[in-house]
Design a protein around this ligand. Structure first.
Ligand code: HEC
Ligand code: HEC
Length: 316
């Protein structure tokens, strides 16, 4: 266990030498290895909590509060239920607990699960876990996330196996995954639209905001509004976030868009029970994205084809 951590740390430090993409320039010069390691872990923490929403899906959530924030103390411990049409899934324990989490997994095994959807025991994961998108991530970003996961408090929680309603083979393979991650790059932040597109991929925005027909995203409705998500206390449809001005967010200025997220940087703004007007979008986590990153997402969303599709968020 200790040895594993040390191996991870060493490989990370080596990687940081050429670590520039998606990183804050102020971190690009380190005084020593310890500083560079801290920066890698901080970057992984940012991605896992505020962009890729790993911690959101892999912890217990409190849906008596707006957007179901993570219950403190359950970070990465898994157990949240995803009752989808084809299976009952559970967010897995991704803390370093060796018996019930991923403490005994190697970095490569974790990387394979995140980007190829193959668990340590060879089992194929349901694509609700957005590995199709993580498969397009810069390897440096993925390594930062793994380094951060290693720092989580180990939680002993034996998560039940999923209960399939339809065999996975009936709905998989959904899409070809690329074998090598080596060509993946996080675009330069100065290339705002491209960088925004990368964040939209990592944040799995299309996963919720597009309509799925026969287990395939309908390319005609990419980001044009998704299906219904049901929880015990509410049901909600994912909005149309294309630039269509009557049914999408075409009339939203950058300021309106930023404020939609920034509001939830303050706990008091989601610390209430919205009853049936709740949402499954992890906006209290996305709120932690930097203004720069939110602006890039906005810039990219302005460039996608507008789709006319009226969505009533809350069914009558
Ligand atoms: C939308 C929710 C969601 C998000 C976001 C998500 N996961 Fe998952 N993840 C799941 C579910 C559900 C499973 C189990 C799937 C199954 O049982 O087939 C899973 C499985 C895994 C596994 C395999 C664990 C095992 O025991 O087999 C790992 C590792 C993992 N996720 C890590 C991550 C990381 C790291 C991120 C962020 C980069 C992430 N996940 C983002 C829902 C999610
Ligand atoms: C887990 C599913 C899910 C994910 C992931 C998700 N969303 Fe959402 N989103 C929703 C739902 C459901 C709504 C409608 C309810 C609400 O306003 O929260 C919504 C609403 C929105 C709205 C408000 C639109 C309006 O007309 O009021 C914006 C903007 C938005 N999402 C952007 C994003 C972006 C950008 C991402 C990726 C970084 C993202 N969403 C990821 C489910 C999701």
């Amino acid at each position: 266990m200790r040895k594993l951590i040390i191996v991870t740390m060493i490989s990370i430090v080596i990687t940081t030498i050429s670590f520039y993409s998606c990183r804050n320039n102020k971190h690009s010069q380190f005084n020593n290895n310890e500083d560079s390691l801290k920066a890698v872990i901080a970057h992984g923490e940012y991605l896992a909590n505020h962009v890729a929403a790993c911690i959101h899906c892999h912890s217990k959530r409190d849906f008596s509060k707006y957007s179901g924030p993570v219950i403190p103390g359950t970070e990465g411990g898994g157990g949240e239920i995803f009752d989808i049409r084809t299976a009952t899934l559970y967010g897995k324990n991704i803390t370093p607990d060796t018996a019930t989490g991923i403490g005994s997994w190697t970095d490569d095994e974790i990387l394979r699960a995140i980007t190829k959807g193959i668990s340590k025991n060879g089992d194929t994961l349901y694509p609700l876990m957005p590995y199709k998108h993580f498969n397009k991530m810069d390897k440096k970003d993925l390594i930062s996330i793994i380094a951060y996961l290693r720092t989580l408090k180990p939680i002993k929680n034996n998560v039940p196996a999923r209960g399939p309603k339809v065999p996975l083979s009936a709905i998989y393979p959904v899409e070809e995954l690329q074998a090598s991650l080596e060509m993946n790059i996080c675009p330069d932040k100065s290339d705002t639209v491209k960088y925004g597109e990368y964040l939209v991929t990592v944040g799995d925005c299309t996963g919720c905001h597009s309509t799925v027909i026969n287990n395939k995203f309908n390319a005609e409705l990419l980001l044009g509004g998704g299906g219904m998500f049901k929880k015990d206390s509410f049901a909600v449809f994912a909005a149309n976030i294309t630039p269509d001005s009557t049914t999408g967010i075409g009339t939203w200025t950058e300021e309106i868009f930023l404020n939609k997220f920034k509001l939830y940087r303050e706990r008091k703004n989601y610390d209430y029970d919205p009853g049936k007007y709740n949402t499954i979008m992890p906006i209290s986590d996305f709120a932690g994205m930097t203004d720069e990153d939110l602006k890039a997402i906005y810039a990219y969303l302005r460039t996608v084809p507008p789709i006319s599709n009226k969505v009533e968020k809350y069914p009558k």
